[in-house]
Design a protein around this ligand. Structure first.
Ligand code: CP
Length: 315
């Protein structure tokens, strides 16, 4: 594997999830693969789980890891070609990415959307330019429109904990006070549409995701109806796709509670984290037996390790 930016870079998602679960049983069995190899992690936005789990995965494989918090420690990047750089930008992404590629064998990049211009965000300009100019394999640590390492960890978690061959999985919108990207729900949707699950998306009217990611999903605007008989519930806020990046008024009653879980099949509750308690998800769920959010975050290591292992094998 030379590129991991979406589900489309994976030949067999079930095999990759199975490999992650094998690595969970045997974390240090492939340390030779990463010997004298370096992973560079470039963050243009904050992170706890992605940073720590990907570092841990690389260390388990015997790799060295270097982290650059580019938003705080790097030079201000210019993205446009052919401009006179007499403003605030100091370094062009052409040199920055190419130079980073001289120091490392694999690069991970995190770059969130601006949520102002949909076309710009959905063109993945920063991400694609890193891929184009760095000259080494690239793994997405979350881009403007997708978070594939999170989605793989989510698939690993569902595969590990399911009690029937084809569970019902529901992605349900949750309230928030800030406009959040569509990357996690887009990505979760496109992975679930390819997984062995019955997949439903529940959201208030106005929060439709791009159909590029939801082909094959059942989409419902009544949350109670969507939750009926669910085996896994994935809670996540996202801002509107149209009008782009906006929060629409109302819908505070979409926060998941124990009462709402009563119609489910004893559903396990997932969230990618970080989560705002009692806004997105209630204390009673996060602190109760239904929540698997910490277990899910733990599986980020094995998801990242499976991807890095396949990349190391292709070097
Ligand atoms: N879920 C996730 O990606 O968490 P971080 O933003 O902390 O990495």
């Amino acid at each position: 594997m030379k590129l991991f930016t979406s589900v489309h870079d994976v030949t067999n998602i079930n095999a990759l999830a199975a490999e992650a679960l094998q690595l969970k049983q045997n974390p240090y069995g492939h340390q030779h693969l990463g010997e004298n190899k370096t992973l560079g992690l470039v963050f243009l936005n904050p992170s706890l789980r992605t940073r720590m789990s990907t570092q841990k995965a690389a260390l388990n494989l015997g790799m060295n890891v270097m982290v650059l918090n580019m938003d705080k420690e790097g030079w201000a990047l210019e993205l446009q070609d052919g401009v006179v750089m007499n403003g605030s930008t100091v370094e062009h992404i052409r040199e920055a990415a190419a130079v980073l590629g001289q120091y490392v064998d694999i690069i991970g990049v995190r770059s969130f959307p601006g949520l102002k211009n949909r076309e710009e965000d959905y063109n993945e300009e920063i991400f694609n330019k890193f891929v184009k100019y760095c000259g080494v394999p690239v793994v997405s640590l979350e881009s403007a429109t997708r978070h594939p390492l999170q989605s793989l960890a989510d698939l690993v978690t569902i595969t590990e904990l399911k009690t029937k061959p084809r569970p019902k999985v529901v992605l349900t919108w949750a309230p928030h006070i800030k406009p959040l990207p569509q990357a996690v729900p887009n990505s979760f949707a496109e992975w679930m549409c390819k997984a062995d699950v019955d997949f439903t998306i529940a959201h208030p009217k106005g929060y439709e995701l791009s159909t590029d990611f939801t082909n094959g999903a059942t989409i419902i605007h009544n949350q109670d109806e969507a939750l009926a008989d669910a085996d896994f519930i994935y809670v996540k806020n996202w801002s509107a796709f149209e009008p782009y990046g906006k929060i629409l008024p109302g819908n505070d009653d979409w926060m998941l509670t124990n009462e709402k879980l009563r119609v489910t099949n004893d559903a396990k509750v997932m969230h990618c984290l970080p989560v705002r308690r009692n806004l997105e998800l209630s204390d009673e769920i996060l602190d109760g037996p239904s929540s698997i959010v910490v277990h899910e975050a733990g599986n980020r290591v094995w998801a990242a390790q499976a991807v890095l292992k396949q990349m190391l094998e292709s070097l």
